[in-house]
Design a protein around this ligand. Structure first.
Ligand code: 1HN
Length: 345
């Protein structure tokens, strides 16, 4: 590939004249913005240990009252982007949020899409668009763009969850903002029961729902049972994986980020090909080794890691006799919608 001219090759007065007119020569930067064969990536494979972060999160509970935090979160920031950018990858934000008994995180709505993966504790709930969603370990609760949400806690132990948002993308688009509101009136509880079984959906008076987000809570017990059933029904299947989808359309449950759950069978090693979107892995049950060509992590229960796009990943169940369960978030709906999605085998 032809080496291109550098900025320093240009006379200083010419460069100054360009700058004065808000002009920039492309050629000194062309290879950086358009590298050959594969994109450059700031996203560095990064591991966050729950055991290491948990005491710091609980300490935040002592140091900062909920009124002074609104959302008491420690952000899982990728050092490759710079910690202050609060990015796990180009388009994904991750945070561990703590809510203590009796606390209340007030209602708001915003343009970025969020999901919560519940990590520990019980008795907390989040109310989304009037639907009260109880939180327990492994549940996935959606807070899509524009829906009111607030969190409360009637239990007696700290509750922690992992927030996954498309905030870096929406912020970069200069489209990120919040609207504050007052406490919602609860209009539905456990509404996900309306979508209890795959293949049958509610059809009141023979018409299908037109709600953009018909299902907001995906209980872990159901996703886990689906994985175990899939493993039993399809013993030869390459990956025991289920996607969180809109039960009316089959499309990804949110517009920008994609979410799935994966079961590693006892002793299983699974090789994922390089794909264009970055990925996040969170260990729900068991333990797994995660390896790229440059990094290797061991995920203990409740640990989280991220891997950049265009990177093959090997996942290995650390147990020879128990399954391991992972929650996966990635940028694939966005890549697919934009026509940028690639798999390299
Ligand atoms: C947010 O609204 C929540 O509602 C958590 O719990 C984390 C991070 C950035 C922007 C909005 C929440 C968030 C957030």
């Amino acid at each position: 590939m032809q080496e291109l001219g550098r900025l320093e090759d240009l006379p200083a007065d010419y460069r100054a004249a360009l700058t004065a007119q808000n002009l920039v020569p492309l050629w000194p930067s062309l290879r950086a913005v358009l590298p050959p064969g594969k994109p450059g990536t700031r996203t560095t494979p990064t591991h966050w240990s729950y055991e290491a972060l948990r005491p710091l999160l609980l300490q935040a509970g002592e140091l900062t009252p909920i009124e002074k935090a609104e959302r008491r979160v420690l952000v899982l920031a990728n050092p490759g982007h710079g910690l202050e950018k609060m990015q796990a990858s180009a388009c994904m934000y991750l945070g561990m949020q703590l809510l203590l008994p009796k606390e209340w995180a007030p209602a708001h709505k915003h343009t970025p899409n969020a999901v919560r993966m519940i990590v520990e504790g019980s008795g907390a709930y989040t109310t989304v668009d009037g639907e009260k969603c109880p939180m327990s370990r492994g549940d996935l609760i959606l807070t899509p763009t524009g829906l009111w949400h607030e969190h409360g806690h009637d239990g007696s132990e700290p509750v922690v969850w992992l927030d996954v948002l498309d905030l870096p993308l929406v912020y970069y688009m200069e489209a990120s903002y919040v609207t504050e509101g007052k406490a919602q009136t609860v209009t539905a509880e456990a509404a996900e029961r309306a979508y209890q079984r795959g293949g049958v959906v509610p059809s009141p008076v023979f018409s299908r729902t037109s709600k953009a987000y018909p299902m907001l809570r995906y209980p872990w017990a159901d996703a886990r049972a689906a994985l175990v059933a899939l493993a039993g029904a399809e013993p030869g299947i390459e990956a025991v994986q289920v996607s969180y989808v809109n039960p009316e359309t089959g499309a990804p449950c949110e517009n920008i980020l994609g979410f799935s759950a994966l079961m590693l069978r006892p002793g299983e090693t699974l090789r994922l090909p390089a794909r264009s979107p970055a990925m996040v892995f969170h260990q729900i049950e068991g333990g797994a080794d995660v390896a790229t060509d440059s990094h290797a992590f061991t995920l203990a229960e409740a640990d989280t890691c991220c891997v950049p796009g265009f990177t093959p990943v090997t996942l290995k169940n650390r147990s020879a006799d128990q399954p391991a369960f992972l929650f996966i978030a990635d940028e694939s709906p966005l890549h697919k919608k934009l026509g940028l999605y690639e798999v390299r085998t």
